[in-house]
Design a protein around this ligand. Structure first.
Ligand SMILES: Nc1ncnc2c1ncn2[C@@H]1O[C@H](COP(=O)(O)OP(=O)(O)O)[C@@H](O)[C@H]1O
Ligand SMILES: [Mg+2]
Length: 365
């Protein structure tokens, strides 16, 4: 089912927790909602599930007004971070629960429920565990059962709220690829909430970065990383240098660094902040270099350098692949020439697509 959210606002007292959400999700998409704790992700999911109601805005699913339907009639499958399974029910009875509580006239016959439950347990690779109780399962197994339970009602939409959040890192990694495979098999439109960037990048077709109750950017991992729409997104994805620069006739100038290779900008002259990722900077040793390496941090695939440029408040973080760094004299204390390979600015001269352009692109899907 395709989901179309427009102008969604949710307010608790004086606080706007959702400040106008516009989002279109095409049928079958696996979308990640990525944002810091408290940014409103769960609130949005609860509204989609019919557990909470917005103060303004609309939700249409395949053209149908979803806010006019109660939770049961929306058929949204929901898995929470701590969605405790019913401890007194077996795994099989937990999965069957959503079907056994249906009104008699639409409830499937017992034999059909049993068939469906065992098919679902096979699907989540828990076929052997139907007779066990939740306390006899690991955390990862419990979340797989919770997913089977959410799938039992043949949901139109799957809503997963940090479903792996409480699990160990190693198990989470396994479950990510498992979920991707499962989604490929089922094709259910799915919204996956996480505050973990790696998890979002690995799982999703498309990622929505949530700021405080607002969508900062929607796009593929490449879009977000290479073409962040705002300083917020550039910072949120981490590891970005903010370098004081000057823009003159479309060219950047950075004291002590070579910025001649950066793309020309259209727009006014003035002081700007250049956002540059560590791997977008090159270093060459040389006694005429105006910068100094303050520290070297060796990594397994690349070397990182803290480099002091004249006129910058903080050292610049530079990353150079080991293979390239090997042949150069880049020790702490060395003077270096700094060359900026790429960078971006936001504000008057930024040429990134705007949010309006993105939501147009998304709704055209
Ligand atoms: N029922 C509620 N009453 C008052 N404030 C709420 C309620 N539910 C959520 N909030 C507040 O809304 C904000 C967003 O919460 P939430 O949607 O849970 O964020 P997230 O899931 O991104 O961590 C938080 O500041 C939270 O305290
Ligand atoms: Mg939450």
């Amino acid at each position: 089912m395709s989901i179309d959210i427009q102008g969604l606002v949710r307010q608790f007292g004086d606080v706007q927790v959702l400040r106008g959400i516009d989002l279109s999700i095409p049928r079958g998409e696996l979308l990640a909602l990525l944002g810091a704790s408290g940014s409103g992700k769960t609130t949005l999911l609860r509204i989609l599930a019919g557990l909470d109601w917005p103060n303004a805005g609309s939700i249409h699913v395949d053209g149908q007004d979803w806010l006019a339907l109660d939770a049961q009639r929306r058929r949204a499958g929901f898995v929470f971070q701590h969605y405790a399974l019913f401890p007194h029910l077996t795994v099989a009875d937990n999965v069957a629960f959503g079907l056994t509580v249906l009104p008699r006239r639409i409830r499937p016959p017992a034999a059909e429920i049993a068939r469906k439950v065992s098919a679902l347990l096979e699907l989540v690779q828990m076929g052997e565990y139907g007779r066990r109780f939740p306390s006899q399962l690991s955390g990862g197994q419990r979340q797989r059962v919770a997913l089977a339970r959410a799938l039992a009602i043949d949901p139109e939409v799957l809503l997963l709220d940090e479903p792996f959040g409480a699990l160990d890192a190693a198990i989470r990694k396994d479950l990510r690829s498992w979920l991707r495979t499962l989604h490929r098999k089922l094709g259910t439109t799915t919204i996956f909430v996480t505050h973990d960037q790696d998890e979002a990048f690995e799982i999703a077709d498309r990622i929505v970065v949530f700021g405080q109750g607002r969508i900062e950017q929607a796009g593929t991992p490449d879009d977000l990383y290479e073409r962040p729409a705002s300083p917020f997104v550039a910072r949120f994805l981490g590891g970005v240098n903010e370098i004081a620069a000057e823009l003159r006739q479309g060219r950047f100038r950075v004291a002590g660094a070579d910025a001649a290779g950066l793309e020309r900008q259209v727009g006014g002259d003035g002081d700007v902040t250049l956002f540059v990722r560590p791997h977008e900077i090159d270093l060459a040793p040389g006694p005429d270099g105006e910068a100094v390496i303050e520290a070297v941090v060796p990594g397994s695939v690349s070397m990182r350098y803290a480099v002091r440029l004249p006129g910058q408040d903080v050292p610049v973080d530079v990353e150079i692949p080991r293979e390239i760094a090997r042949g150069r004299q880049l020790a702490a204390g060395a003077r270096v020439r700094v060359r900026l390979l790429r960078g971006r600015i936001f504000g008057q001269a930024a040429r990134n697509t705007t949010l309006a352009e993105q939501s147009l692109a998304a709704s055209a899907l």
